[in-house]
Design a protein around this ligand. Structure first.
Ligand code: NAP
Length: 227
């Protein structure tokens, strides 16, 4: 998992705002690092809401290298048909549930974009990880947010590493998206521990890298998130 994060743990200026505004303040060297990381992964995933708000391309630019497969979980196949992620610049997989209306699925397929079915109510991320690994050879998956997807991936214990690009700003806002959304935990036993394994300056931005250690319990299932 890789995110650009303010000093107060936020991913955007306010709810509904694009992270592209914050990303303008990233050092150019850090932007290169982000694109190098994309190029080193087999696939990159963001949540459907990030596509709706940021209209991300998720391609490799600024550095040589192949763009990873773009993976978007969107339970109802509900992303705009003019989304950049549906462009032919890189392969894309839209993961839907069996609730997704057939006409929306057909419209996406008509754009030469693959649609996979993984789940009944919401996209079942362990199933999606299995499909990506077994049918698309994905071994290294990069998750680029947002907080809802980050929470679900952590909840399913599918995240091995976290890399944070620290932006020296405070934006505030109780409902401003932070690194991880979803449900709170009930007790300290459920805390997910991070072990710092690397920290460095990339241009002027502090970058930290962590291994993720889950509380005692069940294992994980899928390609490694790296980072
Ligand atoms: N700073 C950064 O690094 C960064 C990176 C990315 C995003 N962001 C920001 O994050 C914000 C969006 O975050 P968000 O939390 O609202 O949305 P999100 O995590 O991008 O997307 C969540 C959506 O994904 C779909 N989804 C389908 N199956 C899912 C599953 N199993 N688990 C999780 N999601 C699933 C759901 O939409 P359906 O109901 O349609 O299925 C869900 O509402 C934006 O403001 C964006 O700018 C910041």
């Amino acid at each position: 998992m890789m995110s650009e994060i303010t000093a107060d743990g936020k991913l955007t200026l306010k709810k509904g705002s694009s992270s592209k505004i914050l990303m303008k303040y990233m050092d150019p060297a850090t932007e290169v690092l982000l694109h190098q990381t994309r190029a080193a992964c087999d696939a990159i995933m963001v949540g459907a809401n990030t596509i709706r708000i940021d209209n991300s391309y998720l391609t490799v630019r600024h550095v040589p290298g192949r763009s990873p497969i773009r993976v978007i979980p969107a339970s109802m196949a509900d992303i705009p048909l003019d989304s950049h992620v549906l462009s032919p610049d890189a392969p894309t997989i839209i993961a839907v549930t069996d609730r997704a209306p057939a006409e929306r699925v057909a419209a996406i397929r008509a754009m030469n974009v693959q649609v996979v079915q993984a789940g009944t109510d919401h996209v079942h991320l362990p199933t999606l990880m299995r499909i990506l690994r077994q049918e698309h050879g994905v071994k290294r998956l990069m998750i680029e947010g947002g907080p809802t997807l980050n929470w679900h991936m952590l909840h399913h214990r599918l995240v091995d590493e976290i890399r944070l690009i620290h932006l020296p700003f405070i934006v505030g806002g109780a409902d401003t998206p932070s690194l991880v959304g979803g449900m709170h935990i009930e007790s300290e036993d459920e805390m997910i521990r991070l072990v710092l394994k690397n920290h460095y300056l990339c241009g002027t931005n502090l970058v930290t890298e962590y291994d993720v250690i889950y509380p005692a319990g069940s294992g994980k299932d899928g390609p490694r998130s790296n980072p």
